[in-house]
Design a protein around this ligand. Structure first.
Ligand SMILES: Cc1ncc(COP(=O)(O)O)c(C=O)c1O
Length: 220
């Protein structure tokens, strides 16, 4: 699903069809899993949820639980080999960043991956999905709510834009949520986006959507 643009799920069969088209024309299929990776959709990666294998996967946020900056890319073996097995006299694609494999980031990511496994958090996200969905849908019918979409532990709530001021209601909502209710929201235009940590409790899910209801009603 497209996260940054407001939780837009791919239509049924869309990703499989993309895979077929890419295979047919020799195009690399790249999944940006910066939001969807590491359990957000109840699987290690969204690729698993949708049963489609891309050629490259980019990742970031969840690899360190957002605690330390780190990003990466996973490549199919053939692509990896093309970069790493060049002519005899060179070692590999000679490219690096100042902070590549920074020890602090690597330590944070290894600790995060251990916790994901020990606490079975990807399955936890999967089990919480129906409860999350029901809680989100309880906002249906709230004034100014046009649409609500959930995929895994994410939710996008489209609000009616103010006349001649698209994005204003979204921005006012996140300010109100933060300053008055102590809740951090993200707004993509007039779409409120929510994605809790995978350790969110059932009570906290209730609290999140109760507060969202308050925000939407307050920002008339
Ligand atoms: C889906 C998606 N891709 C990529 C990025 C950018 O990632 P980074 O800042 O790790 O380069 C973001 C940032 O929010 C994102 O949401």
């Amino acid at each position: 699903m497209a996260g940054s643009t407001g939780v837009l799920p791919a239509p049924k069969g869309y990703l499989k069809r993309l895979r077929e088209i890419c295979d047919k024309y020799g195009i690399l299929l790249i999944f940006d899993e910066v939001i969807t990776g590491f359990g957000r959709l109840g699987h290690a990666f969204a690729a698993e949820r949708y049963g489609v294998v891309p050629d490259l996967v980019t990742f970031a946020k969840g690899v360190t639980a957002g605690a330390v900056p780190m990003g990466g890319v996973v490549a199919r073996k053939g692509i990896y080999d093309a970069f790493m097995k060049g002519p005899e006299h060179v070692i590999e694609l000679f490219h690096g960043y100042t902070y590549s494999a920074h020890p602090l980031a690597v330590a944070a990511s290894l600790a995060t991956l251990d916790l994901y496994k020990q606490e079975d958090l990807f399955n936890r996200a999967k089990k919480l999905e129906p409860l999350w969905y029901d809680a989100a849908m309880s906002l249906k019918g709230t004034p100014d709510v046009l649409d609500i979409r959930c995929v895994g532990l994410t939710c996008g709530i489209d609000l009616a834009p103010r006349k001649d001021a698209p994005g204003k209601r979204g921005y006012e909502s996140l300010e109100y949520a933060f300053h008055d209710l102590g809740m951090m929201l993200r707004a993509a235009g007039d779409t409120l986006c929510v994605s809790p940590p995978l350790i969110v409790s059932e009570a906290q899910i209730g609290e999140i959507f109760e507060k969202l209801g308050k925000v939407i009603k307050a920002i008339q």
